[in-house]
Design a protein around this ligand. Structure first.
Ligand SMILES: C[S@@+](CC[C@H](N)C(=O)[O-])C[C@H]1O[C@@H](n2cnc3c(N)ncnc32)[C@H](O)[C@@H]1O
Length: 309
């Protein structure tokens, strides 16, 4: 079995993962911007959509949204912990009967026939975690889609700035006093991250050329029984577009959720988020700006793509 899948299985099945992930939009502003972008895209593209496959659906951020819109959704994920949280949230939202929960890996979609779902979605990087099978996974997702596909994958140009800015997540902390362990880790490690930082040209050029985040170190940590972050394949915009086109997807449009927000310092982002009118206007404008094809590579973490079958 491939290491990416083994590492994902262990990491995403940690018992508190579902609970933590379900709170991301109350802890980090970049997550708010990204999920808002996707939500706007989904709600604007539901014409003729009755059935949906959500691959790597997590704790149900989008499967539940679509079930609430009346779609029949297959919520597919490698993690029982995420599925359990999604079931709890779907029940609270009153849409449990609209969703079929399936525990499985994107690397094997043979259970589904061609054009089985009107819409196929996979958001916030599950495809990137299937390295080295990411290209085959994309072609399988296209195969089971009848009308439309919408995905977001890790963005290579978007990730490269992380290597020169280990403080990047700090910019997006919404509430410095919240109890979320990741938020508190970012705050307490800030000085340490600055002190231990040195620009490493070899490292940035390696990521630019091979697109890979993680590898031998993660495999060794996994073998020692640890839970490293998933080995992640980051895509270039032209590469993602070409892959979709090669698989027969038409009218492909790319976007870079978070490109606008990453230019704004934390104090101002927090101010905007804490004012409901400014927040709504800001998220609308982010969607507009981040949909411009010239900024798609600079999306914060993800590269978004949609197309017709
Ligand atoms: C960052 S979360 C995104 C969740 C959701 N799509 C969203 O946008 O809110 C990534 C999800 O992908 C799932 N995942 C990772 N690798 C996978 C694989 N190989 N097959 C299926 N799901 C996978 C994880 O369990 C996790 O729920």
């Amino acid at each position: 079995m491939d290491y990416s899948r083994k590492i994902s299985e262990r990491l995403w099945n940690l018992s508190d993962k579902g609970e933590l992930e379900s709170h991301r939009e109350t802890t980090f502003i970049d997550d708010i911007v990204q999920k808002s972008h996707i939500e706007k895209e989904l709600l604007a593209n539901l014409d003729g959509i009755k059935t949906v496959f959500d691959g790597g659906a997590g704790c149900g951020r989008f499967s539940i949204l679509l079930a609430k819109q009346g779609c029949k959704v297959t919520h597919f994920d490698i993690s029982q912990s995420m599925i359990d949280k999604a079931k709890e949230l779907a029940e609270e939202a009153g849409v449990l009967d609209k969703i079929t929960f399936v525990k499985g890996a994107l690397e094997d979609l043979t259970a589904y026939h061609a054009k089985a779902f009107d819409l196929v979605i996979s958001f916030d990087a599950p495809i990137s975690y299937t390295y080295p099978n990411h290209e085959r996974v994309i072609s399988e997702l296209v195969r089971i889609a009848k009308k439309r596909i919408m995905i977001s994958v890790s963005s290579r140009l978007g990730y490269l700035p992380y290597l020169s800015n280990p403080l990047q997540k700090n910019q997006f902390i919404l509430d410095k006093d919240c109890s979320d362990s990741w938020v508190q880790w970012c705050i307490s490690n800030k000085a340490n991250m600055v002190n231990s930082f040195a620009f490493n040209k070899v490292q940035v050029e390696k990521l630019l050329s091979d697109g890979l985040m993680g590898g031998a170190e993660e495999i060794a940590e996994y073998e020692r029984g640890g839970t490293p972050w998933c080995i992640t394949y980051t895509f270039m915009p032209n590469e993602l577009e070409a892959l979709l086109v090669k698989n027969g997807v038409k009218n492909v449009k790319l976007a870079g959720p978070g490109a606008y927000a990453r230019t704004i310092p934390n104090e101002l982002l927090v101010k905007i988020m804490n004012d409901s009118k400014q927040r709504m206007d800001f998220l609308d404008f982010c969607h507009e700006y981040d949909s411009n094809p010239y900024v798609c590579g600079m999306g914060k973490d993800n590269l978004f793509a949609k197309g017709e079958i």
